[in-house]
Design a protein around this ligand. Structure first.
Ligand code: HSE
Length: 305
């Protein structure tokens, strides 16, 4: 049996507008890499990146701890984490590590878990950063492509995105609060108006249809959320201008990436993604904020390297 395995998992964007906690899309912009090795006693984390190395405070550590407990693994384990996904910017950073950890554990111990079980274990890692379990980012990082998450029982539906779908992401250089996801979840309304729910549900349904039909313009025009985005956008200085600039430059849909503060535009390969990215950068600049822009495509899921 192999004594060590290395797995790479992509970053992701969650929610895609109306699909709060339900939709995820894996992106080829950044990857986290995890090496899981049988060594010594207990479970240890090693990393050169500035991340927590206590098991319970690290999304990958939490996953390995839970899986070792569940499968009664007593072997000592060393978890080497190499972060590629920026932490705290709405790109599913904790989820990428958690997804890589779940897949690495599955491969190292030849468990051959099904997709839903892998996502379930990876989701436990979200407790470390979000303070609650949600599966949209981890499902995308584990499985790749576009995912729809149903819970109780957990059931993830995956679709391969259209080849011509392009994403432009603006990552603002702002200080994000510790436990940002937890903080930004507290900003959300506890109750919503039925008419708002109907509007979001219609867009969420159309968005899923867009992925199934591989229709980029249907996907783009469905990125429309009147519940979560209005409640969170005050945490992103310049958001309205960034969004308007992107739409004026040809983006088909624009929203907050996951819990933010990154902003993501959906467009087609036939548009001018560079122009959209530059327009987003100008939007943030108008609010006095510097940002990094990334133009990327959907990614496949976590895999052994
Ligand atoms: N669906 C989650 C949220 C994604 O928006 O809070 C963040 O990780």
């Amino acid at each position: 049996m192999a004594e060590s395995v290395t797995v790479r998992a992509p970053c992701s964007t969650a929610n895609l507008g109306p699909g709060f906690d339900v939709f995820g899309l894996a992106l080829d912009a950044y990857y986290d890499q995890i090496q899981l090795k049988k060594e010594g006693t207990g479970i240890k984390i090693q990393s050169f990146d500035s991340i927590p190395i206590e098991l319970e405070k690290n999304s990958a550590g939490l996953v390995i701890k839970e899986m070792a407990r569940k499968f009664k693994i007593k072997t000592g384990l060393v978890l080497k984490i190499k972060k590629g996904v920026p932490t705290g910017f709405g790109m599913g950073s904790s989820a990428a590590s958690a997804a890589a950890a779940a897949v690495a554990f599955d491969v190292l111990f030849k468990l051959k878990l099904d997709s839903n079980s892998l996502v379930q274990y990876a989701g436990m890692g979200e407790m470390a950063s979000a303070g609650s379990v949600h599966y949209d980012n981890v499902a995308a990082s584990v499985l790749g492509g576009f995912v729809v998450v149903r819970t109780n029982p957990l059931d993830v539906i995956r679709a391969t995105p259209p080849k011509d779908l392009i994403l432009c992401i603006a990552i603002p250089k702002i200080l994000v609060p510790q436990k940002k996801t937890e903080v930004s979840r507290k900003a959300l309304p506890k109750q919503v108006k039925l008419s708002d729910h109907v509007k979001n549900l219609s867009n969420a349904s159309a968005l899923t249809a867009g992925f199934m039909k591989k229709d980029v313009s249907l996907i783009g025009s469905s990125i429309n959320d009147i519940i979560v985005e209005p409640a969170r956008k005050h945490m992103i200085p310049g958001f309205d201008k960034v969004k308007k600039n992107a739409l004026d430059a040809g983006a088909m849909g624009v929203t907050i990436s996951g819990a933010g503060p990154s902003v993501i535009s959906f467009t087609s390969i036939s548009a001018n993604p560079k122009r959209i990215a530059d327009a987003m950068k100008k939007g943030f600049a108008a609010a006095g904020i510097e940002c990094t822009t990334v133009i990327c495509k959907p990614s496949k899921g976590a895999s052994v390297v």
